[in-house]
Design a protein around this ligand. Structure first.
Ligand SMILES: Nc1ncnc2c1ncn2[C@@H]1O[C@H](COP(=O)(O)OP(=O)(O)O)[C@@H](O)[C@H]1O
Ligand SMILES: [Mg+2]
Length: 228
């Protein structure tokens, strides 16, 4: 179905943790849209809701009712997530874990087993402070990661450019960033991602671009691990 090579063909799933020590940055929104992109690219995707808020599980419930292409999902206490992931990993290409925006031991354990971490952040000082703490922690754990600037002002604005440069000197940035768009909120309300609800929209193009960026990065990690 997909022209893109599987990052982990013949092996167990790639584990992607969406994390960050702050709420409201768009972790669940990011995970949902990238999960949909991965599914559309032919990957067998499992999403794991390890956040007691259960936003991801509620989206999954809406999806199973409204959509012909359900995505496999599990909800779990974050302290039990590592065991769950280990048991289900062989059946999937990509396992994506959604967690609360907290810096706690159980979250660190999930990060340890992840192949890659994605840190969504809004372009604001308070968010940047939290993203920096998250990034420092990922660096200490020697975990590959990338920062996705989400809920950004329009890309043409000087505010947007300033924030992209701010993050760029500190860490790796997913290209493109995601602008704040109501299409995201409407899609999630319908149990969909924006690539499904508004396939030709700017929001969908941003999601597709970020997915292709991520796939290339994951492929690169697989190649590097083969050369160790
Ligand atoms: N790119 C975006 N455009 C518009 N609204 C967004 C976007 N990303 C997230 N949101 C909204 O911001 C709020 C927080 O997003 P959410 O994914 O729940 O964050 P988190 O999981 O980090 O707490 C939600 O109301 C969501 O609909
Ligand atoms: Mg969330």
């Amino acid at each position: 179905m997909s022209a893109v090579a599987q990052p982990n063909a013949g092996a167990v799933a790639t584990i992607l943790a969406v994390t960050g020590f702050k709420g409201g940055t768009g972790k669940t929104t990011t995970l949902i849209n990238l999960a949909v992109a991965a599914q559309r690219a032919g990957q067998r995707v499992l999403v794991v809701d390890a956040d007691r808020q259960r936003s991801l599980s509620l989206w999954l419930d809406r999806r199973q009712k409204n959509c012909a292409t359900p995505i496999a999902g599990q909800s779990v206490e974050v302290r039990d997530a590592v065991t769950l992931i280990a048991s289900l990993r062989p059946a999937y290409d990509l396992v994506m874990i959604d967690m609360a925006g907290r810096d706690e031991a159980a979250v660190t354990e999930v990060i340890r087993v992840a192949d890659f971490c994605l840190v969504p952040t809004r372009p604001s000082t308070l968010d940047a402070d939290a993203a920096q703490r998250t990034v420092d922690s990922l660096e200490r754990l020697q975990k590959p990661y990338a920062v996705l600037i989400n809920q950004a002002p329009p890309a043409s604005s000087s505010r947007f450019r300033a924030w992209t440069e701010f993050y760029d000197v500190r860490s790796r940035i997913v290209e493109p960033s995601w602008v704040a768009r109501v299409a995201h909120q409407d899609a999630i309300a319908a149990g969909l991602g924006v690539m499904e609800s508004q396939p030709a929209s700017p929001a969908a193009l941003e999601v597709l671009g970020a997915w292709l960026w991520l796939r290339a990065r994951l492929d690169q990690l697989v190649r590097e691990s083969r050369h160790v």
